[in-house]
Design a binder for this molecule. Structure first.
Ligand SMILES: O=C(O)CCC(=O)C(=O)O
Length: 275
C-alpha cells in the first residue's frame, strides 16, 4: 500500500483495474499501450493484405506522384479493397476504449495502413498532432488506435511521443521535446491508444525490412471524416449495423429541407442522440 498524506477536499484518482489504469495514463500522459490484441496468425494475414493493397495503390497512383504529395507509404481506405479491414475498425478491444475515451457514438475519421520503408522519411516523421487544433477541449474529441503490425523498436523506428503534450495549446519547445520525448517499443500485435492532440512522430527505420502499422482515428460524430465513407461504401454495408454507425452512416447531414423535415426525427440521416 502506498503511504501518502490526505487533504480535505482533495480527491485521489481511482484506478481499480487495468482499464482504469489505462484511462489514467491516457489522461495524464496522452497514451497507453495494450499488448497482444492481434495474434501471430492474424498478423501474418494483415501483413499479406496490406502488402497487396499497397502494391495496388502504388501501381495506380505511381511512386513519383505519391512522393510528390507526401503520401508514399500510406495505404488509404484499405476496407475498399478488402472487407477484412472492416473487422479491425470494430475490433471489440478497440471499440471498448473508443467508447470510454470518445463515446459510444464515435465515428471513424481514418484508417491508414503505414508502410515505413528502411531509411525513408515520410511526412509523419516530423512532429505533429493527428487532430491539430488551436484549442484544448475539456473532453477528448479525437482518439487513435495505432495497431503495431511489425515490432516497434529503436531499429525498426517505433513511434516517438511527447508525454503530456496533449494538454497544452502551444507546442512544447524544441529543448523540451528533445529532453522528454520517448520512443515506444512494443511487440507486433500491440496497440498504442492515444489522444489525437498528442505530439508524436514516426521513427527512423534503420532495419532491413519495412515496418508496418495501421492508424485508426475515431472522433465525435459531428467532426468531418477524412474521407466520405458513407458515400464511398453506400450499398456495401448494412445501415443498421454497428459498423455502419462507426463508418458515419448515422451522422450524415440531411441533404435537403425535405430530408430534414421527416415525419419522425429518428428517420433523419443525422440520427437522434448521436451527439
Ligand atoms: O509511423 C509512425 O510511427 C507514426 C505515424 C503517424 O504519426 C501518423 O500516422 O500520424
Amino acid at each position: 500500500m502506498l503511504d501518502y498524506q490526505q487533504y480535505v477536499g482533495l480527491k485521489v484518482t481511482q484506478a481499480r483495474n487495468c482499464v482504469e489504469e489505462n484511462l489514467e495514463l491516457l489522461d495524464r500522459n496522452g497514451f497507453f499501450v495494450v499488448e497482444s490484441v492481434l495474434n501471430e496468425k492474424e498478423l501474418e494475414l494483415v501483413r499479406f493484405k496490406m502488402d497487396v493493397i499497397w502494391e495496388k495503390q502504388k501501381e495506380k497512383y505511381g511512386t513519383d506522384f505519391l512522393n510528390k504529395i507526401g503520401d508514399y507509404g500510406q495505404i488509404r481506405a484499405m476496407m475498399l479493397d478488402d472487407p477484412f479491414f472492416y473487422d479491425l475498425l470494430i475490433h471489440p478491444k478497440i471499440l471498448k476504449y473508443v467508447a470510454l475515451a470518445v463515446g459510444e457514438t464515435a465515428i471513424l475519421h481514418l484508417q491508414n495502413g503505414i508502410v515505413l520503408h528502411p531509411d525513408y522519411k515520410n511526412n509523419q516523421a516530423k512532429y505533429h498532432k493527428d487532430f491539430p487544433k488551436d484549442f484544448i477541449s475539456s473532453k477528448i474529441l479525437s482518439f487513435n488506435a495505432f495497431v503495431i503490425v511489425d515490432e516497434f523498436n529503436e531499429s525498426t523506428g517505433g513511434t516517438w511521443v511527447v508525454p503530456g503534450s496533449h494538454k497544452f495549446v502551444e507546442m512544447p519547445s524544441e529543448k523540451y521535446i528533445e529532453k522528454n520525448c520517448i520512443q515506444i517499443e512494443a511487440r507486433a500485435g500491440s496497440i498504442i491508444f492515444f489522444d489525437s492532440m498528442l505530439w508524436h512522430k514516426g521513427g527512423d527505420n534503420y532495419s532491413a525490412h519495412v515496418r508496418r502499422a495501421i492508424n485508426q482515428q475515431y472522433t465525435r460524430p459531428f467532426i468531418k471524416q477524412q474521407l466520405d465513407y458513407p458515400a464511398m461504401l453506400k450499398d456495401k454495408v448494412d445501415k443498421e449495423s454497428k459498423l455502419a454507425q462507426v463508418l458515419g452512416f448515422w451522422s450524415i447531414s440531411p441533404k435537403s429541407v425535405d430530408e430534414y423535415r421527416v415525419n419522425d426525427p429518428s428517420l433523419r440521416t443525422y440520427r437522434a442522440s448521436q451527439g
